[in-house]
Ligand binder design. Structure first.
Ligand code: SAH
Length: 256
């Protein structure tokens, strides 16, 4: 059977280095696992070899699906869009892990969806653009620190595992890649309104150069004395997850 023809709009860059594929597959060791975007199955083959992993894969590209059915008839495969997949239907109960050499064009959306299921996804690992990996793992005060860093680090410990060069892909992407692993931390609740926490983080980082007194004006009632609190003179990249939680608690009773 012919190789799958790489389609740019699906973010298709097929990994050709089996050693890298094996190392990615080894970032998970057991349990129900969902692979996103298996393509021609370079990771899939290693995941299938692990008897402790119960693998399901979801692939949007019809040509890849045909290829996978031919080469991996034993694979539980869903043809469809991960972003539209009802995970409660696929996994009615219990925990499941997520893995992939992800489609880079939707990597942020994939992580936002993982966050929606954070209490059921203990580990999410795989390969993304290096720049996005740096954002996920970044500590406060760094240029890469942003919305995804805060929202994910509130619930996950993030490991930047290793960097991958562009020429182990066909076709090579324009950017370097990196493998990360997100492991659920022990936090059960934020102690503040979760939806407001997200809004505060997103709104503050939408104007990351500005003091939060200015960028959060739309959320806090005008002229409210809490705006004189020192924390509002800071810029969002200076705040740790804990400080964003405290800020949200402060804002909670004073919303617009
Ligand atoms: N894992 C393979 C392919 C990586 S390229 C490898 O390492 O070689 C990304 C893959 O994700 C492609 O196969 C692409 O078709 C698939 N994909 C893109 N968007 C998707 C979506 N929304 N849902 C599921 N799969 C998707």
């Amino acid at each position: 059977m012919q190789q799958v023809h790489a389609k740019k709009f699906l973010g298709q860059h097929f990994l050709t280095d089996l050693n890298v594929a094996r190392r990615i597959a080894e970032t998970l060791t057991q349990g129900p696992v969902l692979e996103i975007g298996p393509g021609m199955g370079v990771l899939t083959q290693f995941l299938l070899k692990n008897p402790d992993i119960d693998l399901t894969a979801i692939e949007l590209d019809r040509e890849s699906v045909a290829y996978l059915k031919e080469w991996y008839p034993e694979l539980k495969l869903i043809e469809g869009d991960f972003l539209k997949l009802d995970l409660n239907k696929l996994y009615p109960e219990g925990e499941f892990c997520v893995i992939g050499n992800y489609p880079y064009n939707i990597s942020s959306q994939i992580f936002f969806k993982v966050l929606d299921y954070k209490d059921r996804i203990p580990i999410c690992s795989g390969m993304i653009q290096k720049e996005v990996a740096e954002r996920l793992a970044s500590r406060p005060g760094k240029k890469a620190y942003g919305i995804l860093s805060v929202l994910l680090q509130a619930w996950y410990d993030i490991e930047y595992l290793f960097t991958v060069d562009e020429h182990v892909f066909n076709p090579p992407p324009k950017v370097k890649s990196a493998v990360v692993r997100l492991c659920r931390n022990s936090r059960h609740e934020l102690g503040c309104d979760e939806a407001l926490f997200k809004t505060v983080v997103k709104t503050a980082f939408n104007q990351r150069r500005k003091q939060m007194r200015n960028s959060l004006q739309g959320i806090v009632r005008k002229g409210n004395p809490i705006l004189n609190n020192e924390i509002f003179t800071k810029r969002p990249e200076q705040l740790s997850v804990e400080e964003f939680i405290n800020l949200t608690k402060l804002i909670e009773p004073c919303q617009n």
